[in-house]
Design a protein around this ligand. Structure first.
Ligand SMILES: [Fe+2]
Length: 226
């Protein structure tokens, strides 16, 4: 049903600004839904703050050239087929304009030999000095993380506060663990500097990330297991 990368690069939506606006409306609603049942008051406050920022984003002019892709993008279609959240369709409509990148810390020293072929993220919104974004904003980083099947993104940490919103099932670790299997449509809150990890199962893992706070400091791997 989905997978714009499999359509020979055809432009699926004539207007990237309209596609972004539709995606942001869907994301705003998803964050509000996720905030309501959040047991953790801090997590709920972060979700609401992020939703407010999402509502304020404005689209840039569309890129003139085809944005870069990464080897992990071969899993885009499979991830979308596995997605159990309506946001996935709105994200797929952005696919022709998504710019893919990788954390420079991992490019310099990958966690394992195959990691860089199975990991990447697409930037949707972020500061002007970051990777090309569909909306420039100094207060928020927003994008999509994609991991290949069975891939383990080991423990790491960063000073920004983070929320992941899952589009596919996957396993998540925070602080002292344990691993938790989370279904699509789950909001996962990582306070600043808390260590966390992610593991894809039989299907690729696709999740939206939102950062607030220190957007300039990339995540770094932390030495302890898992
Ligand atoms: Fe993170």
């Amino acid at each position: 049903m989905r997978g714009r990368f499999g359509m020979g690069g055809s432009i699926a939506h004539p207007d990237p600004a309209a596609a972004l606006a539709a995606f942001l409306v869907a994301l705003d609603a998803a964050l509000d839904r996720a905030a309501a049942p959040a047991a953790d008051a801090g997590a709920a406050a972060t979700l609401r703050e992020l939703a407010t920022l999402v509502r304020s984003l404005k689209a840039n002019a569309p890129p003139r050239e085809t944005p870069p892709r990464l080897p992990v993008c071969r899993y885009w279609n499979a991830a979308l087929e596995s997605a159990g959240d309506p946001l996935a369709g709105a994200l797929d409509a952005l696919a022709p304009w998504l710019s893919w990148t990788q954390n420079p810390n991992y490019r310099r020293r990958p966690p394992d030999a195959a990691f860089l072929d199975n990991y990447g993220y697409a930037v949707i919104a972020g500061p002007a000095d970051g990777p090309p974004a569909l909306a420039t904003d100094p207060r928020l980083a927003l994008g999509a993380l994609l991991l290949g099947p069975g891939r383990h993104y080991p423990l790491h940490a960063h000073p920004a506060v983070e929320v992941y919103y899952t589009l596919t099932p996957g396993e998540w670790w925070r602080d002292d663990g344990p691993w938790r299997l989370e279904p699509p449509g789950t909001a996962i809150h990582h306070p600043p500097d808390v260590r966390h990890a992610t593991r894809a199962g039989a299907v690729p893992l696709l999740a939206l990330y939102l950062w607030r706070g220190d957007l300039a400091t990339h995540a770094s791997l932390t030495p302890a297991a898992p």
